[in-house]
Design a protein around this ligand. Structure first.
Ligand SMILES: Cc1cc2nc3c(=O)[nH]c(=O)nc-3n(C[C@H](O)[C@H](O)[C@H](O)COP(=O)(O)O)c2cc1C
Length: 198
């Protein structure tokens, strides 16, 4: 079994909707078990540095996927709180050599969200994780009319929501891209776990 954890923050549900599609895609890979975890379920450790809530699920995961909306051209405040709360994990390098990947959703087509994604990538590198990229050809190149990776992300999954409810936007192309991305992470994690030295 390969375990994948998808950790996200979402103020208004749009990033959560994408997270759910990443989960669906990952869960479609053979032998995958996927946990969807909101940062609200990951309380910062107290003075004893004990990690409660759903933190143990992250330690048990082969792959952790990080998802945040882009707020003010950057990682959202609540997601950054989660990142900072990992410092004791970092000190012990407990996530070293786990697979990592990231996604962000924003209101504008660009919205400076690549900056957000690169913040997640640096965060994963600080934990000495193995970053997996987007993996879906942008629709500008495929011209197949499916609109997969329509925003042309490479370092991770980028999606865009219009002003509207989270069950409508982001649209079907972004949701399908999220599923392909989730599947890629789960398959990469399985491959990586298989080749682990004894
Ligand atoms: C505080 C705040 C800052 C935002 N900053 C940006 C931004 O820099 N770029 C952008 O394209 N959209 C920005 N947006 C729009 C959100 O990224 C967009 O509404 C997104 O779908 C919200 O995702 P969520 O529902 O998961 O919170 C901002 C929204 C808020 C509330």
């Amino acid at each position: 079994m390969t375990r994948i954890a998808v950790v996200y923050h979402s103020g208004f549900g749009h990033t959560k909707a994408i997270a759910e599609h990443v989960v669906r895609g990952a869960a479609g890979a053979p032998g995958a078990r996927v946990d969807l975890i909101s940062v609200d379920e990951l309380p910062a450790p107290g003075p004893d540095r004990a990690y409660g809530g759903k933190w143990p699920l992250l330690d048990q995961a082969d792959a952790i996927v990080f998802g945040t909306p882009t707020y003010m051209g950057n990682i959202s405040g609540p997601f950054k709180m989660f990142m900072d709360a990992t410092s004791a994990v970092w000190f012990q390098q407990k996530w070293k050599d786990k697979i990592a990947a990231g996604f962000t959703n924003s209101g504008s087509l660009s919205g400076d969200k690549v900056n957000t994604l690169h913040g997640l990538m640096t965060f994963a590198a600080q934990h000495q994780m193995i970053w997996v990229s987007q993996g879906v050809w942008p629709s500008a190149y495929t011209g197949d009319g499916k609109g997969l990776n329509r925003l042309g992300g490479w370092s991770g999954l980028i999606t865009q929501a219009d002003q509207g409810p989270a069950d409508k936007t982001p649209g079907p192309e972004d949701r399908a891209t999220a599923e392909a991305f989730g599947r890629r992470i789960a398959e990469a994690a399985a491959r990586w776990a298989r080749g682990k030295p004894a």
